[in-house]
Design a protein around this ligand. Structure first.
Ligand code: URA
Length: 435
């Protein structure tokens, strides 16, 4: 294998290494011969200099092949969705059971919090007893019995991503089209999917705030996945504010549970879930087009079939068997809850999504270093939406904290997070489709 330091120096100087050198480096991530320092330097060099199309494809394939590539023999199409990351983005928890209730099989391999963005696995682990680590035989059994399972990339599936992801999370090296593409698609292509829908987030709570970057990421993802034989489309969706009025692990699960009971509880979450689900069902051949697929998703959310499937998934993954009906008594709650109030009157015109994400990390709901333990109870709730009008002293959100120090840190982070103005226009939730 090319010595890691030589490969990193080549990247630093703007030269894209050969595919063989990249796959050697990826093998080193898995067997431990690449150190954390080298992995961090590699990620930073890719962030700053890029890999180009050929390098991106080579890195994705090497990371996919760093572990087991699954295949399925199931009586329906194998489908998934993946988000590029945001705050208050709990779509996966609603969509996986909804797709399963529509006849798809969903082996969802998810991630933990990354940078300022929350992670599906951290949210799920807020549910008492919920397990995300399974061996391949158990994963297979969960997917065939419940139609869907949401699990961590195990030692078997894309282990190179598991290591690099954790290092990127704490080294400021998330915002790279090449690294995001390789990270997402290594897991998704290893999961043996027939179809994949990607939720590419844009706005202040996403990794890329501007449309041009989001489009470039969506194209890189679709190009690489379709090139590898997985039918893929992407929707560019709005992330200038959370989809639900909550950020923080148990608080987001609570919002999802409210939506299972009533899909009108959080309309933005429902709209994005329906749009992505419609695309996924159409790509998988279960619906004639995305509109018909969207209507199917809406149907199973409204008649309770998605909720029932979710209850079965939670129980099968080790959570409480009565979670669907008794979730309020089972989610952890923070010791202190205090309103964060408006100092002036106005209409909420903009929200700094990153500041919300960092406020959650400051409270202990995300990681500063890889070994940090997460407090699932902390976070923000009742977050105002763009267009809401507030008077002086009105709460803009509620801070849920373990102690006074956490409260103070969150208040400092939130100080400039909400821009008030005389008027405001909420942006559309779904911007573009890329295939
Ligand atoms: N989701 C992932 O799995 N990886 C990334 O890099 C970003 C979002």
């Amino acid at each position: 294998m090319t010595a890691p330091a030589r490969l990193i120096a080549a990247l630093r100087d703007g030269r894209v290494p050969e595919g063989e050198a990249l796959s050697g480096f990826v093998r080193g991530l898995v067997d431990g011969s690449v150190t954390d320092a080298q992995a961090g330097a590699f990620a930073m060099a890719v962030c700053l200099k890029g890999l180009g199309r050929a390098g991106r494809v080579a890195l994705t394939e090497a990371m996919r092949d760093s572990g087991r590539v699954m295949d399925w023999a199931l009586p329906g199409p194998v489908v998934d969705k993946h988000s590029t990351g945001g705050i208050g983005d709990a779509v996966s928890l609603l969509l996986a059971p909804a797709l399963a209730a529509c006849g798809a099989y969903v082996p969802m391999i998810s991630g933990r919090g990354l940078g300022h963005a929350g992670g599906t696995l951290d949210k799920l682990e807020a549910i008492p007893g919920f397990r995300t680590q399974f061996d391949p035989a158990e994963f297979r059994q969960l997917v065939s019995a419940q139609g869907a399972a949401i699990v961590a990339a195990s030692v078997d599936v894309a282990p190179a991503d598991r290591r690099l992801y954790a290092i990127r999370d704490v080294t400021g090296t998330v915002e790279s089209i090449d690294l995001i593409t390789a990270s997402i698609l290594s897991k998704k292509l290893a999961a043996g999917l027939d179809a994949l829908v990607l939720d590419v987030k844009v706005g202040s709570g996403a990794f890329f705030a501007g449309m041009e970057d989001a489009r470039a990421l969506a194209r890189a993802l679709c190009d690489t996945a379709n090139g590898a034989g997985c039918k893929t489309a992407a929707l560019i969706t709005e992330m200038s504010q959370p989809l639900i009025p909550a950020a923080g692990n148990a608080l987001e699960v609570a919002a999802v549970m409210e939506n299972f009971a009533d899909p009108k509880a959080h309309p933005a979450l429902t709209e994005v879930t329906v749009a992505l689900g419609g695309e996924a069902l159409a790509l998988a051949g279960l619906a004639v087009d995305a509109n018909a697929g969207g209507a199917m998703i809406q149907g199973v959310l409204a008649d309770g079939r998605a909720g029932e499937r979710w209850g079965e998934m939670v129980a099968a993954q080790g959570g409480p068997s009565d979670f669907l009906s008794n979730w309020r008594d089972q989610l952890p709650v923070a010791r202190l809850v205090r309103p964060f109030v408006a100092r002036e009157a106005g209409i909420v015109a903009a929200i700094d999504g990153r500041a919300l994400g960092y406020a959650v990390i400051g409270l202990g709901g995300g990681r500063r270093i890889e070994t940090d333990r997460i407090d699932p109870a902390v976070g923000l709730s009742a977050i105002a939406r763009i267009g809401d009008s507030v008077a002086v002293g009105d709460p803009i959100c509620l801070i849920h904290a373990a102690d006074e120090a956490g409260l103070a840190a969150a208040e400092a982070e939130l100080a400039g997070a909400f821009t008030l103005a005389e008027t405001a226009v909420a942006p559309p939730l779904v911007h573009e489709r890329i295939a």
